[in-house]
Design a protein around this ligand. Structure first.
Ligand code: ADP
Length: 232
C-alpha cells in the first residue's frame, strides 16, 4: 500500500476503529484546561512575564480555558495535531521525533520523504498514521538560543493549524532537548507566542496543549503560565 492509500485509510476510520490500532490514548475531554488544572491547587510561585513584552492582562481574561498544562507523552494524545520537534531532513531522529515516528509507524517517514526537508523555523504537515493524533506538524527548532527562529516554529505551526481548520494541538518543548535551547527562555517564547495567537484567533481554537516531559519544564510552565494565562 502506498503512503497516500494508508493516509486515506486512517483518515476514513471511525474513532472506535482507530482506537483498536493505538490502544493507549488520552482524549481531549479528559485533559483539563489550565483553568481547571489550577482550580483549588496550590501552584508553585508565579514567574513574571518578560518586561516590555506588550501583553495586556486587563484584556483576554478567558484564555486560560483555551490552553492545557499536560505532563506526559505527546504520542498518546487523541487530538487534531501534535507538533514534532524535527530536524531539517524531516526523516526522523532522537527524542520526541523518534517517539513520534515509532508510534506513527514507518509510513510517516514515506510521506516525510516527499516533503523535501524543512528550514529552521518553518513547519510542514503530514498525516498521523497510527498515532491517536490525526496529523503531525513537523517544525525545526533552532540549535541554541535564537529567539526569532523559535518564535517562528510556534507561529508557523499555529498557522498550519488554522489553515487546515484543526482545533486542537499539542507542543513539546521545542529545541530544549538535543538542540540545547535553555528551558526558561524557551518557555517564555512558547507561552508568549501562543498567547498572541489566541488573542487573534481564539474562536478558531479549542485547545493548545503544552506537553511537558521533563520535571524542569513542568516547574517552569506551572510558574510561567500564571503570568501569560492569568487565572482571574
Ligand atoms: P530538540 O532537538 O528540538 O531539542 P528533543 O526531542 O531533543 O528536541 O527535545 C524536545 C523536548 O521533547 C524535550 O523536552 C524532551 O524531553 C521532550 N520529549 C521527548 N520525548 C517526548 C515525548 N514522547 N513526548 C513529549 N515530549 C517529549
Amino acid at each position: 500500500m502506498t503512503w497516500e492509500d494508508e493516509k486515506q485509510k486512517y483518515s476514513k476510520m471511525s474513532v472506535d476503529e482507530k482506537r483498536q490500532i493505538y490502544k493507549s490514548y488520552v482524549k481531549l475531554d479528559d485533559i483539563p484546561t489550565w483553568k481547571q488544572f489550577a482550580d483549588n491547587k496550590k501552584l508553585l510561585p508565579k514567574i513574571e512575564m518578560l518586561p516590555n513584552c506588550e501583553i495586556d492582562n486587563t484584556k483576554n481574561s478567558t484564555l486560560a480555558d483555551k490552553i492545557s498544562y499536560f505532563s506526559g507523552d505527546i504520542t498518546h494524545l487523541e487530538i487534531d495535531a501534535v507538533v514534532n520537534a524535527a530536524n531539517s531532513s524531516l526523516l526522523g531522529g532522537g527524542g520526541v521525533d523518534g517517539a513520534i515516528h515509532r508510534a506513527a509507524g514507518g509510513t510517516l517517514k514515506e510521506e516525510c520523504k516527499t516533503l523535501g526537508g524543512c528550514p529552521t523555523g518553518e513547519a510542514k504537515i503530514t498525516g498521523g498514521y497510527k498515532l491517536p493524533a490525526k496529523h503531525v506538524i513537523h517544525t525545526v527548532g533552532p540549535q541554541g538560543e535564537k529567539t526569532d527562529l523559535l518564535k517562528n516554529c510556534y507561529k508557523n505551526s499555529l498557522k498550519l493549524m488554522l489553515d487546515n481548520k484543526l482545533r486542537s494541538i499539542a507542543f513539546p518543548c521545542i529545541s530544549t532537548g538535543i538542540y540545547g535551547y535553555p528551558n526558561l527562555p524557551a518557555a517564555h517564547v512558547a507561552a508568549y507566542t501562543v498567547r498572541k495567537h489566541l488573542e487573534a484567533n481564539a474562536g478558531a481554537v479549542d485547545r493548545v496543549i503544552f506537553c511537558l516531559f521533563m520535571d524542569e519544564d513542568k516547574k517552569i510552565y506551572e510558574g510561567l503560565l500564571q503570568s501569560y494565562f492569568p487565572l482571574n
